[in-house]
Design a protein around this ligand. Structure first.
Ligand code: NAD
Length: 485
């Protein structure tokens, strides 16, 4: 095959439900606008899942993705039931797509919204947090999910948010976390945001606790410009923000990594309206616009975006945004597609005209991560988990019989709350307990001390489930105290 070197190779998947209809419309518009693309198609989604591929994408499809590294993806239907893995999470993780970028814009008065001035972008960390899928059944009654937050992960996402703001003429970046509760993991996210932010004095920056931040996005979204946040918070807040703009059918989304990038609509495969030709193609089209900007075809991207804005302004609306008093014509997917193509070359008259000329060609290039600075680390204790159905006092008595080697039982907690010593009567206890052992003479703890303690606990028929070593880093505890400790 002779490849046209002017064209950028991309991989396209038509997906499920309304996916094929909206992808068809999107590709027609891209072609009519003069996008220079060499398209390879792959199959993903329901049919692939049902053929026995647990993550919905066959190995052979990876050949195309590994070659093009750019993926325009229609929504898919995730089959119900166990045994299936999320295709989106698989692709995000395997391609290291660390940033999910979702612009959420109001198009008032043309699309009904309570917040006509809303124009914000959510930059969501896409790889870490509770989405690592590291979960345990710690006992019969207690389940746990591990939240993983790394310094490089925080640095990359904060840096991306600031670079995005600079490249797109945005003035402010707001970090959202829950560091008042998760002082170590979310504390790092906030701290690294401040460190990286110091390199961007031209951009206003602040931090909000995620709960009040989400409330403000719902009630006063015009306060925000760029929001950077963790994976779970970002997942929730970006749906809140998309809904507040007026329709989930309007949102596009980019998933960005250092080598790969994936572009899609915010919404799902909408099986309730599939095959009827009435779906709004705008979300996927705006995802494709983000793709064109990313691959250095910003001029074509702006041409499509402005034609789309003009179509919205002219009141050519699909059913999800149609309003008798405001819209001029109710159209289906094809009608919307044709209206946009007719307006290529035009710009909106009241909505802001889009210009991507300041965005660097080929996507944002981040500088390398800051060099790692080694910090002194001392082992000062160990937490050991135990399954136990008795009282805290009985457990402490049994444990104290196992202790020697300068380790002392410092406290016992249940579901994060201290229950020994001096537990509060009435604290509900489940069947999994955490015991904290610390050195009783200020000396550091050796692995052999921990192993011999566990050995004695084993001989005493104590059913331990996990152990976590406790360290100080540069003299600062790398662990939290229990509630009430
Ligand atoms: P959905 O986003 O598909 O639909 C929610 C509602 O919005 C429906 O009433 C639907 O008709 C409407 N809607 C969505 N997109 C629209 C559009 N372009 N035009 C007009 N109306 C639109 O969410 P759901 O019903 O919860 O999920 C359906 C399927 O999609 C599920 O299998 C889910 O797992 C999957 N899903 C896939 C992705 C993805 O592939 N990225 C994302 C979310 C959900």
């Amino acid at each position: 095959m002779i490849q046209d070197t002017k064209k950028t190779p991309i991989t396209v998947a038509r997906g499920d439900g309304i996916g094929p209809e909206i992808m068809d419309a999107t590709l027609k518009i891209l072609e009519a606008a003069g996008a220079q693309l060499d398209i390879e198609e792959i199959e993903i989604g329901e049919a692939v899942y049902k053929s026995g591929v647990a993550n919905g994408i066959a190995d052979s499809s990876w050949d195309s993705l590994n070659r093009t590294k750019i993926f325009l993806k229609a929504p898919i239907t995730t089959p119900q039931g166990g045994g299936f893995k999320s295709l989106n999470v698989t692709i995000r993780k395997q391609c290291s797509l660390y940033a999910n970028v979702r612009p959420c814009v109001a198009y008032a008065p043309y699309v009904k919204t309570h917040h006509p001035k809303m124009n914000l972008v959510i930059v969501r960390e896409n790889e870490e947090d509770l989405y690592g899928g590291i979960e345990y059944r710690q006992s019969q009654d207690v389940m746990a999910s591990l939240k993983i937050i790394s310094r490089p992960g925080c640095e990359r996402i904060s840096r991306y948010a600031f670079e995005y703001a600079r490249a797109n003429g945005r003035k402010k970046v707001t970090c959202m976390s829950k560091d008042n509760i998760m002082k170590i993991s979310d504390g790092l996210f906030h701290k690294v945001f401040d460190e990286i932010g110091a390199e961007y004095p031209d951009i206003e920056q602040d931090h909000m606790i995620i709960d009040i931040g989400t409330a403000k996005v719902a009630a006063h979204p015009e306060m925000f410009d760029v929001i950077v946040t963790g994976n779970l918070y970002g997942d929730i807040i970006s749906d809140v923000a998309a809904e507040v703009t007026g329709s989930v059918g309007l949102g596009g989304s980019a998933n960005i990594g250092s080598d790969f990038a994936m572009f899609e609509a915010v919404h799902g495969s909408a099986p309730d309206i599939a095959g009827q030709g009435i779906a709004n193609p705008s979300g996927l089209l705006l995802g494709a616009v983000q793709m064109l900007v990313h691959i250095g075809q910003g001029e074509v991207a702006a041409k499509i975006h402005n034609a789309w804005l003009k179509t919205i302004e002219d009141g050519i609306h699909t059913g999800d945004i149609y309003r008798e008093d405001q819209s001029a014509e109710k159209v289906g997917t094809n009608g919307m597609c044709e209206a946009i193509i007719e307006r290529l070359g035009q710009t909106p008259t009241t909505l802001a005209v889009i210009d991507y000329s300041s965005v660097p060609s080929g996507g944002l290039k981040l500088p390398p991560l800051k060099p790692r600075v080694e910090v002194p680390k001392e082992r000062v204790g160990v937490d050991i988990g135990i399954n136990w159905n008795g009282s805290a006092d009985d457990l402490a008595e049994k444990i104290n019989e196992c202790i020697n080697d300068n380790l002392k039982l410092h406290m016992i907690s249940n579901r994060g709350t201290k229950v020994w010593p001096d537990g509060k009567e009435g604290t509900f206890c489940a069947d999994n307990w955490r015991m904290r052992f610390m050195s009783d003479n200020g000396e550091h703890i050796k692995t052999s001390q921990v192993l011999s303690l566990m050995n004695r606990m084993n001989e005493a028929h104590l059913n331990f489930t996990k152990s976590v070593m406790l360290h100080n880093y540069d003299g600062v505890p790398g662990f939290t105290v229990a509630q009430g400790e």
